[in-house]
Design a binder for this molecule. Sequence first.
Ligand code: UDP
Length: 275
Amino acid sequence: GCDKEKLRVVFMENGIDAVIHFAGFKAVGESVAKPLKYYRNNLDSTITLLEVMNEFGVKKIVFSSSATVYGDPEELPIKETAKLGVTNPYGATKLFIENILKDVYISDNDYSIAILRYFNPIGAHESGLLGEDPSDIPNNLMPYIVKVATGELPHLNIFGNDYDTKDGTGVRDYIHVVDLAIGHISALEYIDKNKGIDYYNLGTGHGYSVMEIVSAFSEVNHVDVPYEIAPRRDGDIAECYADTTYAKEKLHWEATHDLTDMVESAYNFVVKNNE
Ligand code: UDP
């Protein structure tokens, strides 16, 4: 990620108009244990990329940020203008990069920058050809549920059922990865025609609890997902879901896949790939 020479070659050999910057380490727990690894990788690689873009006069960029920049939200649903605050090094790298991009724009108003704040991406392409199946024990809810459903892991640990939410379990805004991908196309189309820097929530606007996700997964896929209630996970918040108005207005984008599509495609991917 930080090899400037190789990156220059990519820019030299291709007529690049715009960049979508997805790369970065993303495990919250690991970032707490190894903060320097996260700061070095996520920040260094971004600065290198921005320097090379500058050398080649490329001034359009879409950046993958995260709803983690909102920390523990004061108001729900969360608007892009909400107060920001991060609680771990991973989140800090996302917020630093947002600020680096803002300073780059201030230094040169020719830039077009879209910062996409992802909520909780899950699911897979309906073909079953693109999806996630991590080889390690997953940190995130959906890949963990999938491994329980296939029998690779004995049960799901639900991290707390005493939150101030509809059923006591954590509430998140899960978004189908295909909707997320289409959001990037909309952002690219927007920055192709408009200069400036702006921030967009990519979520559905619906909050689902861990229990609701587990039930939907079992019902839709006709498979058992045994679970146990475990203690809260450090750093977790009770509830987080997006106000999606701004992305609708500016990018003309909104999510169209529902929870059934998400849990069905997630399971379909591993079933297809374990045949
Ligand atoms: N969660 C859980 N068990 C797990 C993984 C996650 O109960 O094994 C819960 C977690 O506490 C949160 C929700 O599922 O309420 C989503 O967690 P995930 O790690 O997928 O995403 P996050 O919102 O933390 O980025």
